[in-house]
Design a protein around this ligand. Sequence first.
Ligand code: AFP
Length: 340
Amino acid sequence: MSESLVPFPAVPGVGTTLEALITAGTRGAPGATGEFASLINSIALAVRIIHNRVRAAGLAGMLGYTGETNVQGEEVQKLDVIANDILCAVLEKSGRCAMVASEELDEARVTSETGKYLVAFDPLDGSSNIDVNISIGTIFCVLRAQSISGHLAEGFIQPGTKIVAAGYSVYGSSTSLVLSTGHGVHGFTLDPGVGEFFLSHPNIRCPERGNTYSINEGNWARWDDPVKKWAAWIKGEDKALGLPYGHRYVGSLVADAHRTLLKGGIFAYPADKKSPGGKLRLLYEANPMAFLFEQAGGAATNGVDRILDLIPKGLHDRTPLVIGSRHDVATFRQFALRER
Ligand code: AFP
């Protein structure tokens, strides 16, 4: 039987480390061999190393572009490449990860012949914010390794319902790691002096309804009518309905999602005339976020359909993404359905 985590202790003690909780969580789980715990701890190690490089980037000449473009046709920044190399190297050394898929890799890459898991990641999300010292992060999800028709890489081409763990880090005013292994969502904050993630936000719940909306308003002219009508509605004046909502938009998914997860409200990156299939990537941006929001009691759709039910066709598929409080995501859906 495959191992899985059991729920974290309900009232974790002060000074509880991520490593201790993950290890305690897998101990006694049916079929547990420690491999899952070891994989998650390796990802946390990679995040700590990336944190270290991000903090030193300005001093160490790591800011700027490499001059190359990635598979998405976007300019690759030096820290993107560094973060990708760190995750690949740490996961390879762990021996627990059979293959990785990354925003920075055209194809999935084999990392271990014996690994039981697949890891998909965006090594440094929000990279256009790197040079201006705005929060960026790492997003990842873990699937069980399985070869489909003899192709291990096809194992990534599964709906998000197959995810066994997902998380993201935010390199912001502090470095945090938000993680779910399918038993709720827990937030950890890095103590940089000690080099450990400590549990700081146990059992995160996304409020049923919020008062903030997050969308790139500069795309207004490119939106379809339902999105325009929703955006006009949410900033309209209606005291009885709790309107208008305030507007917040960082432009790093990790930062906008983190605020929305903790405080409630809605983040939307809908399809538009420039990106008819949406801008964000399904496997390593939308799916991990959808898994976390659902685990925290929130919701995640492409405007209408549940993100975790979408069947990817390729590693770098894009999707519209609407995540947040259940009430707010449902209201967006009503606008989207009205004009179908
Ligand atoms: P970059 O990595 O190019 O900065 O893109 C960030 C991102 O993928 C995601 O983190 C943001 O939510 C979204 O794109 C912002 O896109 P806009 O700049 O088009 O609003």
